[in-house]
Write a protein that binds this ligand. Structure first.
Ligand SMILES: Nc1nc2c(ncn2[C@@H]2O[C@H](COP(=O)(O)OP(=O)(O)OP(=O)(O)O)[C@@H](O)[C@H]2O)c(=O)[nH]1
Ligand SMILES: [Mg+2]
Length: 197
């Protein structure tokens, strides 16, 4: 997939709630606050500041629909698990995300971002299960791969597999927003999802 045009087209918040009635396919990105969802989206889109990135967790508090090439939407979901938003998340954003996952007719795939260095926690398992319950196979992206040595990758990737109880055949794609490594593999995966290639 070659990125030609990008536009933030729709923003859905807890007050606006109503999901867009999109005609193009949607690809969603979920994950804990601060895991690097917005950085990944910027990296995939080759735009430095399209999605807001912040070292303070809880930056993205809305569902942001980026129209890419008039071909597909990339959907940046609000991050979960950050202490001060935990209660709000469960009360408001949780149902909003569950509603989107369960009811969007255009949603083709959900990427779940996990920090490569960390063992997935209860919140990650909850999101993994929401995705599965909505009828999707979560595609795992292990972020911040620049923070550990290449020789530690296999162990870290297996740890993610084991903690989530994933079938061993399901892949985990490592990504670094810093080095842009893993970008082509993720874009190829998106082509595969959209065009069966
Ligand atoms: N070293 C390194 N830092 C990263 C990487 N990806 C993201 N970061 C940093 O992690 C912090 C959080 O990144 P964001 O992209 O804002 O994370 P997010 O998942 O969108 O967070 P919320 O919007 O709060 O849900 C920022 O300081 C980023 O610069 C990466 O691959 N490597
Ligand atoms: Mg964000």
């Amino acid at each position: 997939m070659v990125i030609k045009t990008v536009e933030l087209e729709t923003v859905v918040g807890v007050t606006t709630k109503k999901l867009p009635d999109n005609k193009l396919p949607e690809i969603a990105f979920a994950g804990r606050s601060n895991v690097g969802k917005s950085s990944l989206i910027n990296g995939l889109l080759n735009r430095r500041k399209m999605a807001r990135v912040s070292s303070t967790p809880g930056k993205t508090q809305t569902m942001n629909f980026y129209n890419v090439n008039n071909e597909v939407y990339f959907v940046d979901l609000p991050g979960y698990g950050y202490a001060s938003v935990k209660k709000d998340f469960r009360a408001a954003w949780g149902p909003m995300i569950e509603n989107f996952l369960s009811n969007s007719s255009q949603l083709k795939a959900v990427f779940l971002l996990l920090d490569l260095r960390r063992t997935p926690n209860e919140d990650d398992k909850m999101m993994y299960n929401w995705i599965v319950q909505a009828g999707y196979h979560p595609i795992i992206i292990a972020t911040k791969s620049d923070k550990i040595k290449k020789s530690e990758f296999t162990k870290a990737l297996n740890n993610i597999h084991d903690t989530l109880g994933m079938e061993i055949s399901k892949t985990v794609l490592p990504y670094s927003a810093l080095k842009k490594t893993g970008r082509e593999e993720i874009l190829d995966k998106i082509d595969e999802i959209l065009y069966n290639i």
